[in-house]
Design a binder for this molecule. Structure first.
Ligand code: HEC
Ligand code: HEC
Length: 230
């Protein structure tokens, strides 16, 4: 199954005009709020785009670390990345599955600044920034959204309707039957931490990423309770 698309072209096309956007970025606006930008990126963009520092793993759109790597290595500065992202948010090409203006105004400024800051940057976010996004999500619905589960699964409570993985609406019933002798809760935890331990018939192994080390124990429990309707 090939989910990722080769999108080197849109980036290059955007780059050729990026210089035009730069003077705008420089004219006396407030400092962007990177924590707000990261939180919004994880909620609105992460289901389609992977970005390492944000911990997102979406595959419908290009991986944004990869997308900017070559240009950054050639010396493109991070403000230019910021400008490219802003323009992409506001001027998505018509046929794209990416919705235009998912974030607006200061929110768009913040999201673009965060991607500009984070793209292809090694290491982990620190301080307040480390708490934005998945790390700061506490309730089951927040975690489901922030972890990008909705990119692959249908789960009506969360407004998710993807079909790459099994529909989770009837999980409480299904989970008790998947592996005889394994309680539903244990099965669901294992599905999240070690997806390839069991493959639901009709689906591919190796597609769902492991969330081992990405969720703490409390988050895992809150997510499992949410999925099982507890
Ligand atoms: C429904 C999936 C989807 C969502 C949600 C989405 N994108 Fe995209 N995005 C895409 C696809 C697909 C492309 C490939 C180019 C195109 O279709 O315009 C893309 C292209 C991009 C690009 C250009 C990358 C390149 O290589 O040229 C950037 C930057 C980008 N998106 C940022 C964002 C940001 C920021 C958000 C959130 C505000 C977001 N996207 C939300 C699907 C999505
Ligand atoms: C990139 C796509 C993808 C993402 C992201 C993803 N999953 Fe999955 N998931 C799958 C696929 C494909 C399967 C079926 C194959 C298998 O059993 O491993 C699956 C299986 C499952 C199952 C077993 C379902 C059943 O009916 O037995 C559960 C539970 C589950 N995922 C929960 C989650 C949760 C919670 C998240 C977010 C933390 C998540 N998934 C993120 C693709 C994904």
């Amino acid at each position: 199954m090939s989910l990722a698309r080769n999108t080197a072209k849109p980036l290059l096309a955007a780059l050729s005009t990026a210089a035009v956007a730069l003077p705008l970025a420089a004219c006396g606006r407030d400092e962007p709020d990177l924590s707000n930008g990261k939180a919004l990126f994880v909620q609105r963009c992460g289901s389609c785009h992977a970005l390492g520092r944000a911990g997102t793993q979406g595959t419908q759109g290009p991986n944004l670390d990869d997308a900017f790597r070559a240009a950054l290595a050639r010396g493109m500065n991070r403000e230019t990345v910021d400008g490219v992202v802003r323009r992409q948010i506001a001027n998505v090409r018509r046929s794209s599955i990416m919705p235009a203006n998912l974030v607006k105004g200061d929110d768009a400024r913040d999201v673009a600044a965060y991607v500009g800051f984070a793209a292809d940057k090694s290491g982990e976010d620190r301080g307040a920034l480390a708490q934005a996004g998945l790390a700061g999500a506490t309730s089951g619905d927040q975690i489901f959204t922030a972890a990008g589960c909705g990119a692959c699964h249908t789960f009506s409570k969360a407004g998710a309707n993807a079909t790459i993985g099994p529909n989770l609406n009837e999980l409480a019933t299904a989970a008790g039957k998947r592996r005889p002798g394994t309680p539903a809760e244990e099965y669901v935890k294992q599905s999240i931490l070690d997806p390839d331990a069991f493959t639901v018939s009709g689906f591919q192994p190796g597609v769902m990423p492991s969330f081992e080390g990405k969720l703490d124990d409390k988050q895992l429990q809150a997510l499992v309770d949410y999925l099982l309707g507890k």
